[in-house]
Design a protein. Sequence first.
Length: 401
Amino acid sequence: MSLAQRRILLGVSGGIAAYKSCELVRRLRDLGAEVRVVMTEGATHFVSATTFQALSGQPVRTSLWDAEAEAAMGHIELARWAERIIIAPASADLLARLAHGMANDLLTTVCLASAAPVYVAPAMNQQMWAHPAVQANIDTLRQRGVHLLGPASGDQACGDIGSGRMLEPLELREAIVASFGKPVLRGLKVVVSAGPTYEDIDPVRFIGNRSSGRMGFAVAEAAAQAGAEVTLVAGPVSLATPPGIARRVDVRSAVQMRDAVLAATPQADIYIGAAAVGDYRPAEVADHKLKKHDGAALELHLTENPDILATLAAQTVRPFLVGFAAETHDVARYARDKLQRKGLDMIAANQVGSGLGFEADDNALNLYWADGAAELARTSKTELARQLVTQVAERYRAVRG
Ligand code: C5P
């Protein structure tokens, strides 16, 4: 079991079970997770922020209105940072506010602003738990995809016996570990290319494209999270290296990208070509800035770039090859054709021009392989990358054993 580099946001609301959440921080960190704690005002009456700060090794946030903390990591950043949000204990009040989409404190605001899956571990008196108002809120949250952890039955701090006890820290941790799925690429070496390529025209101009690199970076991160040793070959992007990446090689042009990929792939089991490689480059790169000439047209002679995927596909010993295809129409036909023409094992196709694709946060993909297909519905690029990696792992095992 590992939570290495996983980013877990622990929300603590007001309840006596908050003392058990101190233990939860310890247990999450034992498995390598990074934990940040957000407390409601109520929670601070049970356990001090200092306790959580010492246990998490991170500043603890208790208010939306703390200017200093907002300047360090604002609530939106915190919401984006989190891969999982677990609220333990989740009081009746917190559940009610979540169910109604309120944003009247930091924790509920972060929940609204985050795309991360939310887990709640209710803890309250058994009579309160059984109340129809609480149950209605739970139903609402469930329908909205919030995961319910517990509660358990047994002795309660108030002396009652019944349902409403928070699950034990180890049980909560187990649920979080399970939520990340299996290390399906453990022991495998994966090379991922990402981003655009820039083909220089002269010292100040280039031919490029609008790829942000986000999909490729998300794929690299998901592969690392699935246990692979990942080499990320990145075109010119302004993206931080995702956690868990073994090696990052920055390149600019298609030829540089091909060289970097060819250097990395002899040891690789899987190559995922998520880069938007430029098809052409200027035949010559001017060594000085090109000047205008009294309205005369400028002619650029372009040479075709090497096709990285096709180069790999032509090798006798080659990694499992996954390509991407961005199409504006007839996605299935063009993708299947590309799969065959380039000699790929799998192709991930998306329809661009419908608000999805290059610069969007969300994406949707259709996967094709020789004798099958799968559809990955629209979701965040992070989640989509995870699903893609799961499919790649499955196909890889099917073909290569
Ligand atoms: O042919 P097209 O550019 O649509 O194919 C896209 C797929 O091929 C992507 O996976 C991309 O990384 C890869 N590709 C490549 N080398 C090129 C052009 C595209 O590897 N020169």
